[in-house]
Design a protein around this ligand. Structure first.
Ligand code: GLU
Length: 317
């Protein structure tokens, strides 16, 4: 697997996937397959999870034909490898304890000379006695002692992205490993060298790329793809209407029809993933957000012969 490399889709199991999330997954599959890579699904369950969401998401992806080439891993089961990476950074003096609350950080960020998006370094140089005193009151978060202000990431759609890198959190003060650390460690461990995801995460790429370089890991190539939005231009959400496979199945829409809508929205042949793959050219993808009006997603009326309950069962076994 190492020589072929891999791309991935890495959902957080907080609920059902909606048609915008599914479109990102389809794109991750197309980018991976069109470059001869494996396609890997990873469950990012370090933070909040909703019971049953993981199984539902995997079933939704499978209903569209998207399955992982390697066993699906859960981040909650990889804590040992995150801890080893943290220890390695600690030994190198690249981690420090931070006692700031969210409010402290927000207040410091609104100070007159604050740099937007940057942790102001309040706890960077606290003497040991002070740290011991604060430790007795509040558990510390761990932050990266970053040596740069900016770093770069290569994005197949946005080009070379240069963005801020501050002393970002590696482990939260409740002990949970931070997203930026987990993603970098897992991508390397899973030989993932192509990261396709929503463009809301574009500004994480320089931080993650920098952390990979600090750890001596390869920096992946990224493709941050446009998100789905509602008619008001806000990020699509379940409350916007029938936007999950389950909702759509209830309206008589089979997964294959939903896949067709997703592929058409990408200006690709709608018959199948394979047909879309044969025509896939990253440079020709629509670059604007995908505006989704649930009332207007399908150009043909639902097939009345299609029993509403059958596809629902298929999506959520
Ligand atoms: N788990 C993240 C999400 O569902 C995606 C992280 C990533 O792709 O790097 O938003």
């Amino acid at each position: 697997m190492a020589d072929r490399g891999a791309g991935r889709f890495a959902p957080s199991p907080t609920g059902q996937l909606h048609i915008g999330n599914l479109r990102t997954a389809v794109l991750a599959w197309l980018f991976a397959r069109s470059t001869g890579r494996q396609f890997v699904i990873r469950v990012e369950d370090l933070d909040r999870v909703r019971a049953g969401a993981e199984a539902a998401q995997l079933a939704e992806l499978a209903a569209l034909g998207l399955t992982s080439d390697t066993p699906v891993i859960r981040q909650s089961e990889q804590v040992g490898r995150y801890q080893r990476t943290l220890d390695h950074l600690l030994e190198q003096g690249l981690v420090y304890e931070c006692f700031c609350s969210r409010r402290d950080v927000a207040e410091a960020a609104s100070a007159p000379h604050a740099r937007p998006g940057f942790y102001p370094g309040t706890c960077r140089a606290l003497p040991e006695e002070e740290r011991a005193r604060r430790r007795a009151v509040r558990a510390p978060a761990l932050r990266l002692r970053s040596a740069v202000d900016l770093w770069h990431a290569e994005d197949l759609l946005a080009g070379r992205v240069i963005g801020p890198v501050d002393d970002f959190v590696l482990q939260r003060n409740d002990g949970v490993i931070a997203y930026n650390l987990a993603v970098v460690v897992d991508d390397a461990a899973q030989h993932i060298d192509q990261v396709v995801r929503g463009d809301d995460l574009l500004e994480s790429a320089p931080r993650q790329s920098y952390l990979a370089s600090l750890l001596g890991l390869p920096e992946p190539v990224y493709a941050h793809v446009p998100l789905a939005v509602n008619r008001e231009g806000r990020r699509l959400a379940k409350r916007d209407g029938a936007v999950t496979l389950e909702d759509l199945a209830r309206l008589g829409r089979a997964p294959a029809e939903v896949l067709g809508v997703i592929l058409s929205s990408l200006d690709l042949p709608a018959e199948s993933l394979e047909a879309a793959l044969a025509a896939f050219e990253p440079g020709r993808l629509p670059r604007a957000p995908w505006i989704v009006d649930p009332a207007d997603l399908f150009s043909t009326p639902a097939d009345p012969a299609c029993k509403p309950s059958a596809p629902t069962d298929k999506v959520h076994p």
